[in-house]
Design a protein around this ligand. Structure first.
Ligand code: HEM
Length: 233
């Protein structure tokens, strides 16, 4: 008797550094949110420095990382984004054909990285009169007008992050429940099941060395740590 022909194939999608970045970012952001709520400002600042280091890492990885982690591979022109978005109302869009982020998801990723980066940078300039009796490490290097603007950004931008993260998580759950496409599992374990006839395009992903990724991440962490220590004097 012949073995059943498999119509699905397991393919590697996300490298280890991207997955580490993603879930470390989630932990750092949740920690920042929770420590702010509990008025634990030292923990809040450390979580913010971690977010900054992670964002710096992701920007570098977006140029030197695996082919599907590079910005050039997933930030496509408006025509492709609109074509993808127009498929949403009738439910014909699918993430399965993309060996990386789909055209709409790619820009969502860029927006998320920009917003969390902006939040971390503006926190460096938070000043004690408006923010929990805390001085960000760079507040002494700017005028009070700039510090006030940064404070305002820090308090306003968080609402945009809530909205963007809400939409992001909604999209991931929507694909899982409605489209039966498990993007979340792939972001955890790095692989996903795709129809066998699509597997060839995933084989074209060039994966960068995970050790290089870890080295860059550690370098970004050290850079933030040294910078904050020097700025604090
Ligand atoms: C603070 C909350 C979160 C932030 C800031 C965030 C941010 C991001 C970023 C920046 C990426 C791009 C990864 C990369 O290319 O390096 C991403 C991808 C992804 N995230 Fe999140 N994320 C958050 C929470 C979550 C949660 C809770 C889930 C699961 C429900 C999730 C599911 C995913 C998935 C599935 C992808 C890959 C999307 C794709 O296949 O194109 N994220 N996220």
């Amino acid at each position: 008797m012949n073995a059943p022909i498999s119509t699905e194939k397991k393919v590697k999608l996300w490298d280890f550094p991207v997955r580490l970045f993603h879930w470390a970012l989630v932990i750092a952001i949740v920690t920042a949110w929770w420590s702010n709520r509990e008025v634990m400002i030292d923990t809040h600042a450390i979580a913010g420095y971690c977010v900054l280091a992670l964002v710096l890492f992701r920007i570098v990885w977006g140029f030197v990382g695996s082919s599907n982690a590079r910005f050039a591979s997933f930030l496509t022109g408006p025509r492709r984004v609109l074509a993808y978005l127009f498929k949403i109302p009738n439910g014909s869009m699918s993430d399965l054909t993309y060996a990386g982020h789909n055209p709409a998801g790619g820009w969502m990723v860029a927006v998320l990285i920009f917003l969390v980066g902006l939040q971390a940078v503006s926190g460096l300039f938070a000043s004690e009169d408006t923010f929990l009796f805390f001085d960000g490490p760079l507040v002494g290097y700017v005028s009070s007008d700039v510090a006030r603007t940064m404070n305002w950004i820090h308090h306003t931008n968080i609402n945009l992050i809530y909205a963007a993260v809400g939409l992001h998580v909604f999209a991931a759950v929507f694909y899982l429940v409605v489209k039966r496409e498990n993007l979340i599992r792939a972001m955890v374990i790095g692989t996903r099941q795709v129809p066998a006839d699509l597997a060839a395009r995933f084989a074209q992903i060039r994966f960068a060395s995970p050790i290089l990724g870890i080295a860059i991440l550690i370098g970004c962490g050290l850079l933030v740590w040294v910078g904050v220590t020097l700025a604090r004097g």
